[in-house]
Design a protein around this ligand. Structure first.
Ligand code: PLP
Length: 401
């Protein structure tokens, strides 16, 4: 018998429960429109929030770097893979985040999978929000620390957990700053105070917020620091990605010189993975310049998002606690979510159909990611298309909420 036969059975099951993922091949996934199978679609499925992924300044910077330095780095950064361009980007990121130092990783996923096990182990404890990104979840699994999952955003539960578990050597609180599926913000001010009160380390992942929130685009920590000046120093470990609003690829961590020095020695996804191309860093540097020079990109994006959200709510859609450019339409069943996504696609709109395992059973949703490239017309046409949907789920989810 074929020892892989179980896989076909599993795939069949996924397919029958509407959970099978396809691997679409769109022409240019970034930007406000995509072409897929010959059809032109308005793209609400990408994380290219500032519309930089296909920006000619990023492309030019990357092309120049490629011509000068080639593509592959040939080795991990500690051996000989680190380029001057990486060092320059790390310096730039540290300035941007107002920390002493920064360290680049091949992806944002690799940052979380690598640094959490480097910060805590068997004598220690982790406190992780129930809706944290999969890469944080996996980082916690790889660390041999005791992991406490607190209910999403629930600082009272977290306070009790911290109170009742003070026997550990080191403690780490970890959270997304802007949650990737619900588009809501973490209660960072309370988390900062709790971390301080309990001598815990606080790690914040700004993957979806970098470039979008805060006066200078540093993220939700900056946004909240404007009202709560102590927060900046209460966050010890800042994580971000270059692959969403910054339009490039790769992840980074920022903090004190000693933190970064330790992680460069001990984070296994840094030590044992080949450095990313210098061209990627060159593109990210160009993106950071645009973020600094064009604050209107993020301002307009958030205004556009608030306006769309209020229109959707008026139509009866439940957008949960979204307070950002990520707007979920909470549907519930995976099959209904797929049906709505398919109808919208026929109408010319690509939205993310988010199903288990990305969300718990019964909490499937359509995820809208707004980007700088979405015009008022595109948004108005999308709202009109939603209005034409016959969807029991709208009223069901409103009643349920
Ligand atoms: C997307 C995401 C990551 C992973 O970043 P990549 O650069 O895409 O690997 C990490 N953390 C959070 C919160 C994310 O949303």
């Amino acid at each position: 018998m074929d020892p892989l036969i179980w896989i076909d059975e599993q795939l069949n099951q996924l397919s029958q429960s509407d959970l099978l993922r396809e691997l679409p091949v769109p022409l240019c996934a970034a930007g406000a429109t995509v072409e897929i199978d010959g059809q032109q679609l308005v793209n609400f499925a990408s994380n290219d929030y500032l519309g930089l992924a296909a920006d000619e300044r990023l492309v030019a910077a990357a092309t120049d770097a490629c011509r000068q330095q080639g593509i592959g780095r040939g080795a991990s950064p500690l051996i000989c893979g680190r380029a001057e361009m990486h060092a320059a980007l790390e310096k730039r990121l540290a300035q941007f985040e107002q920390t002493e130092a920064a360290l680049l990783f091949p992806t944002g996923f690799a940052v979380n999978a690598g640094i959490i096990p480097a910060l805590v182990n068997e004598d220690d404890a982790i406190y992780s929000d129930a809706k944290n990104h999969a890469s944080i979840v996996d980082g916690c699994r790889l660390a041999s620390a005791e992991t406490h999952i607190y209910p999403h955003g629930d600082t009272e539960s977290l306070a009790r957990l911290l109170q009742d578990s003070n026997q550990f050597r080191r403690r780490l609180i970890v959270t997304d700053s802007l949650f990737s599926m619900d588009g809501d913000l973490a209660p960072l001010v309370e988390l900062g105070n709790l971390a301080e009160r309990h001598d815990a380390m606080l790690m914040v992942d700004e993957a979806h917020a970098t470039g979008v929130f805060g006066t200078h685009g540093r993220g939700v920590v900056e946004h909240l620091t404007e009202q709560h000046p102590r927060l900046h120093d209460q966050v010890h470990v800042r994580v971000g990605t270059l692959s969403k609003a910054l339009g490039a690829a790769g992840g980074f961590v920022c903090g004190s010189t000693s933190l970064v020095g330790w992680l460069a020695n001990r984070a296994r996804t840094y030590v044992f993975s080949t450095a990313h191309p210098a061209a990627t860093s060159a593109a990210a540097i160009a993106a950071l310049e645009i973020v600094a020079e064009q604050p209107d990109r993020r301002k307009n994006l958030l205004e556009k998002s608030a306006s769309l959200r209020s229109q959707l709510n008026k139509m009866g859609w439940n957008t949960g606690k979204s307070a950002s450019q990520i707007i979920p339409l909470l549907v519930g069943s995976a099959s209904e979510t797929m049906r709505l996504a398919k109808t919208l696609r026929e109408a010319g709109f690509w939205v993310g159909a988010i199903r288990p395992p990305s969300v718990p059973e019964g909490e499937s949703l359509l995820r809208l990611g707004l980007t700088a490239g979405h015009t008022d017309t595109m948004i108005a046409e999308f709202v009109a298309a939603l209005g034409r949907l016959d969807h029991q789920s709208k009223h069901a989810s409103v009643v349920a909420s």
